[in-house]
Design a protein around this ligand. Structure first.
Ligand SMILES: Nc1nc2c(ncn2[C@@H]2O[C@H](COP(=O)(O)OP(=O)(O)OP(=O)(O)O)[C@@H](O)[C@H]2O)c(=O)[nH]1
Length: 195
């Protein structure tokens, strides 16, 4: 990997649709959050969990609260970047059980010269599975202060490198690394396939 990367997991959501904290859903013997942190450790120098008001007890991880209450995932990215010591940071949701740490290395190779490196799956950005440079902070702050919560609202102001799913799959193999779980139905379907 050409650049050092901090892994930032956003785990401060309300999990309203699941009606149970998604980070704590069991994936085999561990929770979904533990599974993700283990994968991030394969590629990242440090892992930060932005917990919002939730409480997590993780050794070897920095667990921090949000800075913007009700800032949503964009606010979580902001808090994570503020706490990080590396220029590039891989920010992701806590509800993506098929995530592979190798993805961070694939995106990091494409980072030099860009502020955001984001997978594009079937033409759509995956903004909660992307690299963000520290220099995004001022734009994120402006967008949050303007009351916007959509992560992609920051993209028009930044140098964004979109990496297609096909390019990623060439290196990672065909996997649903971008799958995210929101509802009990999503969870049942995921469990019905495999961990
Ligand atoms: N730190 C932080 N993370 C958040 C916040 N809101 C959402 N997230 C995280 O961002 C990711 C995507 O969140 P969503 O699935 O859109 O929202 P959610 O609140 O978790 O779930 P719903 O209430 O069902 O919409 C998840 O990993 C959440 O834990 C927030 O305000 N702060």
């Amino acid at each position: 990997m050409t650049v050092q990367v901090t892994g930032i997991v956003l785990a401060g959501g309300k999990s309203t649709r699941m009606n149970f904290n998604k980070a704590l859903l069991p994936c085999g013997p561990v929770t979904m959050l533990e599974k993700i942190v283990d994968e991030l450790r394969k590629s990242c120098t440090q892992v930060i969990i932005v917990a919002g008001k939730n409480e997590y007890d993780f050794r070897d991880c920095l667990v921090i609260p949000d800075i913007y209450p009700d800032g949503g995932p964009l606010g979580g990215i902001y808090a994570g970047l503020r706490a990080s010591r590396t220029e590039y940071n891989f920010c992701m949701a806590c509800d993506m059980p098929r995530f592979k740490g190798e993805l961070v290395k694939i995106l990091a190779l494409r980072a030099p010269g860009y502020q955001v490196v984001v997978p594009q799956v079937r033409g759509c950005y995956e903004p909660l599975l992307a690299l963000y440079h520290q220099s995004c902070l001022s734009v994120i702050e402006e967008v949050l202060k303007a009351g916007q919560r959509k992560i992609t609202a920051i993209y028009p102001y930044l140098k964004v490198n979109a990496v297609t799913h096909e390019e990623i799959a060439e290196k990672l193999g065909e996997s649903e690394y971008f799958l995210n779980i929101n509802t009990p139905e999503d969870w049942e379907s995921y469990r019905g396939s495999s961990f």
